[in-house]
Design a protein around this ligand. Sequence first.
Ligand code: NDP
Length: 298
Amino acid sequence: MAHIIDGKAVAAQVTEKVTEAADALRASTGVQPGLAVVIVGEDPASKVYVANKGRTARACGFLSVEHTLPEDTDQAALLGLIEELNTDPAIHGILVQLPLPAQIDAGAVIQAIAPEKDVDGFHFINVGKLSTGETETAFVPCTPAGSMVLLQTVMERDLSGRNAVVIGRSNIVGKPMFNLLLAANATVTVAHSRTADLPALCRTADIVVAAVGRPQMVKGDWIRPGATVIDVGMNRIPAPERGEGKTRLVGDVDFEAAEKVAAAITPVPGGVGPMTIAMLMANACVAAHRAAGRTPPR
Ligand code: NDP
């Protein structure tokens, strides 16, 4: 049976380190890391994410600011708020919760965030830095960054000679994951909906990262014995066994089958999910260190 990688425990270690670093920064420079989260509209899932981010930021000792704008907010108003936050010296990290309502061009909003405050790592400057190997000064998107930390709990940092298959090519997960694995010297293949014979490709992989959004798509017999599996997927499926109308969260991997074959695997929930918020805190703490002219903790 595979080793189950405990994302909750690793995330707690990350936020503990961030809390210590934030305390030390405040003690030595008077700078308190400040994180602003902007949400437009009433999407229930987004509201839960934003509340969790605010709670974790406060627990880390940050200044945590939430801006909740009405559903009918226009682009100019949102860009105006971003500009204010860009120039606010108390704010070191800005996150705009996605998705945004249809009247707003999400791409334009993301590119309006000052790159040095772009703790989501979606600005072209940060994307470019990551893809050119400038990982020391880039902000790396939180979910792939957290997936990499989980991977490093069970594998050596240098992945020379390892084959990795990333399933999914989104800008938020798949592509940055490709860059991170490549930077760690893995030989990386990115698969997507047009890939031929995905099961056979997966069987060549020492590392499988599934970021698809299809419940339990990756089967146990796609996994090479001894491989490490990082399941980024978060899918709600009906769970009538829990009562009428109930649902449960599953990943993109058939966990029960895969854990019999893999050497190590992340569960859903309790794997990559908790790491995303922890890495957001880590990025905000790094942003505050850079603003204060201090070397960020590693
Ligand atoms: P996207 O929908 O943006 O991308 C999905 C990718 O999967 C696309 O590249 C798509 O290919 C590919 N794909 C779809 N169907 C298949 C298939 N049958 N075979 C192979 N590839 C396929 O999703 P995200 O990257 O944003 O998210 C992926 C998953 O990760 C989701 O379940 C999401 O909920 C979860 N997630 C979890 C987070 C966390 O905190 N744990 C954070 C972010 C996401 P193509 O490009 O060809 O369409």
